[in-house]
Design a protein. Structure first.
Length: 93
């Protein structure tokens, strides 16, 4: 067994999963898109999205452990809510 200690620290990767109600590109659907948060830089959207007919179907795609952070009054009207995930990784000391 090693004498090194292992701790869990935030790896710095956070993702906002934004749920859209009937956005312009999918006017009859619910859509969820991922945006990676880059500390000190901003956010970068991923190139894929989930598409569903109902809110329940799209919420079923939210990653386990994500927490709902709602929406801001200044958000695009198509944004219904957002979910945050943070990745933690073990680091050896």
């Amino acid at each position: 067994m090693s004498n090194q200690s292992v701790s869990v620290e935030n790896s710095g990767r956070s993702v906002i999963w934004t749920v859209y109600r009937h956005p312009n590109d999918y006017p009859n659907c619910w859509v969820m898109r991922a945006h990676e948060i880059l500390p000190g830089v901003g956010s970068r959207p991923d190139s894929f999205c989930f598409v569903a007919k109902t809110l329940d179907e799209i919420r079923a795609k939210v990653p386990p452990g994500a927490r709902c952070v709602g929406r801001e009054a200044s958000d695009n009207p198509a944004i219904y809510e957002s979910w945050l995930t943070e990745t933690f990784a073990p680091h050896q000391h």
